[in-house]
Design a binder for this molecule. Structure first.
Ligand code: ZN
Ligand code: ZN
Length: 493
């Protein structure tokens, strides 16, 4: 199990304002505050999601070059964490750049003074240090029965309009410059390339669009890709599915793609996890929670809704892509259009964008989506099967570019927009920047992690055949699985 921390961009900005105020004025004065965190349990990673700061009130902390807190500030923060069912995080600043080591005073403060009281929350204390360059470093303090054991995080992510990451240099060493990536690295520089390469990308739906997104990731030198799809190659996929030939009919799409990606890889080592299953199955869902960026290349409402949930509750940006093709009654093409929406904290969610409604999700869960009389009621229109290779190629490219602007963007670049919409007729690309509607339920789950359960999860590590799982029995099993997971998670504190 690896550990990480993630901050919502708004909390990051507030923390920088508070913790770096003196340092910005040229004084070598550190500062501190507490915050709440919620766990996100992936298959192999636990992330502390931080969205709420508890800023000190008058007299709750003193500044003397270093900074110290009054016992009342600690006890107020612990009480608040317990009341909200959250964990406690301790944040402080250092007058230097980059990932920060801990001084003896830091260790004493976190392990000996805060760790004990923080056990009341039932979750480990998470300590974070902020450098002058706004880079975070973080660690978990877990109780092993006798004392607190420190585990460093692999990286810390700040998630919002941009995805800014600080890596632990020993646990996640920077990637070396390679001849296979010379032109790519020269395009945006070694530092950006190294940031990009070490992210874990998930591609959900490995059809025509998903395969091309994954191919682009392998070519630009990423080191870890997770593929999720339960489908097998069919004869009618061959006009659109990259890598597939007649000999591949019947093969799992994830296996076909994984083999091809290992050949296309330009990184020294590309790890591809091929997961044959539906994203709404517990095993696939937890594998998605291990990723830093997800690509949604699925057209059904339920997986879209689940990924939209992940984007907010678990602070993992999701790049959604969808194609709409309108073939007229006489068999000629009326319109084709595709759009890219990038959802996540501080951005417009897919549901507010009108790409599906909650009733679409319920229809799919009940199995009504395949009944033509229900299909007519779908808000986003029926998921059509018509599509051609160049439509998918353009969409896959736009989706990858949307991810790149989020990851490699410089601070002076304008903020990445909300949605890209391409109309084949007449051939125009629009960018629309909008936020969620007021009182959006999905956005309200931001950074709540596993504190909110997704209602339509099914049990199982993933299945390769048959139709998507949806029965009540499976949902009940999923609920039991979640309870078991929570118990295991809680015990580690
Ligand atoms: Zn310190
Ligand atoms: Zn919304």
């Amino acid at each position: 199990m690896s550990f990480e921390a993630a901050l919502v961009e708004s909390a990051h900005h507030a923390a920088c304002r508070h913790l770096l105020a003196h340092l910005r004025r040229g004084e070598r004065q550190e500062d501190l505050c507490f915050a709440l965190w919620r766990p996100s349990y992936g298959a192999s990673r636990t992330t502390a999601l931080i969205s709420e700061l508890i800023l000190p009130e008058q007299g709750e902390r003193t500044l003397h070059g270093g900074a110290s807190f009054a016992p009342e500030y600690l006890s107020r923060s612990v009480r608040l964490a317990c009341a909200r069912g959250a964990g406690l995080a301790f944040l402080h600043s250092h007058p230097t750049d980059g990932w920060q080591p801990m001084s003896r005073t830091d260790v004493t403060a976190e392990r000996d003074r805060i760790g004990g009281p923080a056990r009341a929350t039932g979750l480990p204390l998470v300590g974070l240090t902020l450098g002058t360059d706004k880079a975070w470093s973080a660690r978990f303090w877990r109780w092993d029965g006798q004392g607190f054991e420190r585990t460093w995080c692999d990286k810390v992510r700040v998630v919002g309009h941009r995805l800014a990451v600080t890596y632990h240099a020993e646990q996640m060493p920077p990637s070396q410059r390679r001849p296979t990536l010379r032109r790519t690295t020269d395009t945006w520089g070694s530092a950006r390339q190294s940031d990009l390469a070490r992210l874990r990308f998930g591609v959900v739906g490995v059809g025509s669009v998903g395969c091309m997104v994954a191919e682009a990731l392998a070519r630009i030198g990423v080191e870890h890709v997770v593929l999720v799809d339960a489908d097998r190659v069919k004869i009618h996929n061959l006009d659109r599915l990259l890598y597939a030939s007649e000999a591949d009919v019947g093969r799992l799409k994830v296996e076909l793609a994984a083999d091809a990606l290992r050949r296309s890889a330009t990184a020294a080592r590309l790890q591809v996890d091929a997961i044959p299953g539906w994203i709404q199955q517990e095993g696939c869902y937890r594998a998605a929670l291990d990723c830093d960026v997800l690509f949604s290349c699925v057209d059904r409402p339920l997986p879209k809704d689940l990924l939209n949930h992940i984007a907010y509750a678990h602070c993992i940006p999701v790049v959604f892509g969808g194609v709409f093709v309108d073939t007229k009654r006489d068999g000629t093409l009326g319109q084709a259009a595709w759009s890219v929406v990038r959802s996540g904290p501080g951005r417009r969610c897919l549901r507010c964008d009108g790409q599906y409604t909650t009733s679409d999700v319920v229809l799919e869960r009940d199995g009504s989506l395949d009944d033509p009389s229900y299909v007519a009621r779908l808000a986003g229109g029926r998921p059509t099967n018509q599509n051609v290779f160049p439509f998918s190629a353009n969409l896959a490219s736009l989706m990858t570019l949307e991810m790149l602007r989020m990851v490699i963007g410089a601070s002076w670049w304008p903020e990445p927009g909300g949605k890209l919409h391409y109309s084949f007729v007449p051939g125009t690309l629009h960018a629309v920047g909008e936020l969620c509607r007021d009182h959006c339920e999905v956005a309200a789950r931001t950074a709540l992690g596993d504190q909110v359960a997704y209602p339509f999860l099914a049990a199982g590590p993933g299945q390769s055949d048959g139709s998507p799982p949806s029965s009540v029995g499976l949902r009940l099993l999923a609920r039991l699985n979640r309870l078991a997971h929570r118990f295991v998670g809680g015990r580690s504190s």
